[in-house]
Ligand binder design. Structure first.
Ligand SMILES: Cc1ncc(COP(=O)(O)O)c(C=O)c1O
Length: 412
């Protein structure tokens, strides 16, 4: 139940918060689930003497997850970053040493979208995003294609599927690999097909904030058997899948996951679908509540998106409608009211110190396109975490109440 507030001063100014009740914790913890489901599976791994190689549970989970995505093959890894490295290496058939060329990725994303291709020796070009959907703008990608471009990494940011139709066409026209960064988008779908199956391959993360988690983990998905075999080799020190233990036909690395993680993911996979539906229902309800609010736009659903995974509920804030108060002041005021909001990525990836320095030291390793829309999004977005959307629907009212209260106080 929301805490009653006796007067209307904002919580950040010493008033009573709209909400003191905690939001659902993530990862979800449930004593009964531990006893009935999780503990027996972890115990079984422990007693089996098989905690790693040959990885029967990791292979089993990857196959099950791939099926859930509507894709033929899956390869589990210890992190999403490793999955993305393996996906890029697999899609481009890298031998570990040659200069593969350049990957085009969005400038509004998590650092791993760029650092993973860089780690497998690619150069990176950062392109603008669509100002409405925050995902890679196919026109900006096409404008940025150069003689060295070999692939595109599309990010389904915050659970919003990127425009896989247009990006697929660009990739086909220019003979480029198309890799999906699905780290934030388990179950998102474009034109009825889940992400991870649109490009040559997809890379997922199961890191602790993600919509399916085991603390740290990742998975590559693909319909291409040869690509699957290359990824399997990449993560298993170059071994042929199911081949000889001491024989290494390719150069590879050890990105094999622990069996404990696979057991945990297998136990949690069944609840991903109902969580996905619950987030979507609550997001729709919340967007309805926020639609009359001037200066705070709810996230849109891209034209071809048939399922948004709502890893993030990404709003756009306009200070003019809130008495000129900054986005950061709004995020702080929401936090004080008991609404866990974030500003998210506040600068284009190219301006992160690591990448800015890289660009200075090694010109040619990082190209940057026109980032007009990315800068706008960086300046105005306000995120709510996916776990908030797992609360009861009536609890979404607290978000709208807090927003209304802040706006009234700042525009009086
Ligand atoms: C868009 C994106 N790509 C890649 C990753 C990397 O995943 P991980 O943290 O599991 O390495 C993340 C996770 O934070 C992400 O959000």
């Amino acid at each position: 139940m929301s805490a009653a507030h006796s007067h209307d001063s904002l919580a950040i100014d010493g008033g009573t918060p709209v909400r003191t009740r905690p939001w659902p914790a993530w990862p979800r913890v449930d004593e009964a689930e531990w006893v009935k489901v999780i503990e027996p599976r972890l115990r079984e791994v422990y007693l089996s003497h098989v905690e790693g190689l040959p990885g029967p549970r990791a292979h089993g989970f990857a196959a099950e997850f791939a099926r859930w995505c509507g894709v033929e093959w899956g390869v589990m890894t210890p992190h999403g970053t490793d999955a993305l490295m393996a996906a890029v290496a697999g899609a481009l058939d890298l031998d570990g040493l040659r200069d593969p060329g350049e990957i085009i990725a969005p400038a509004y994303t998590f650092i791993a979208t760029a650092s993973a291709p860089l780690a497998v020796r690619c150069q990176v070009a950062l392109a603008d995003v669509d100002p409405e959907t925050y995902t890679l703008d196919p026109t900006a990608v096409e404008a940025l294609i150069g003689p060295d471009t070999v692939g595109i990494v599309a990010v389904h940011l915050g659970g919003q599927p990127a425009d896989m139709t247009a990006l697929g066409e660009v990739a086909r026209r220019h003979g480029l690999a198309l890799i999906e960064d699905c780290a934030q988008a388990h179950g998102a779908a474009w034109r009825g097909r889940r992400v991870g199956g649109w490009g040559d391959c997809g890379a997922f993360s199961f890191q602790s904030s993600k919509n399916l988690t085991c603390g740290e983990g990742g998975c590559v998905t693909t319909d291409d058997f040869d690509l699957y075999e290359r990824v399997m080799s990449f993560i298993d020190v170059g071994r042929r899948p199911h081949g000889e233990r001491w024989e290494y036909p390719r150069l590879g690395w050890n990105y094999r996951p622990s069996e404990y993680l696979a057991a945990l993911l297998t136990a949690r996979l069944p609840s991903v679908t109902s969580d996905l539906e619950r987030r979507a229902d609550n997001a729709a309800y919340l967007s309805g509540l926020l639609s009359p609010v001037d200066g705070l736009d709810a996230p849109c659903l891209a034209a071809g998106a048939t399922s948004h995974a709502y890893h993030l509920y990404m709003m756009t804030y306009r200070a003019e409608a809130f008495g000129g108060r900054s986005r950061d002041a709004f995020v702080a005021a929401l936090g004080a009211e008991g609404i866990p909001a974030m500003a998210g990525y506040t600068q284009p990836l190219s301006e992160q110190p690591a990448l800015a320095e890289l660009r200075q030291q090694y010109p040619g390793v990082l190209r940057v396109g026109d980032l007009t829309a990315t800068r706008e999004v960086c300046a105005h977005s306000v995120w709510l975490p996916q776990s908030l959307l797992l609360a009861d629907t009536w609890e979404m009212d607290d978000v709208a109440t807090a927003v209304g209260r802040i706006q009234r106080a700042w525009t009086r």
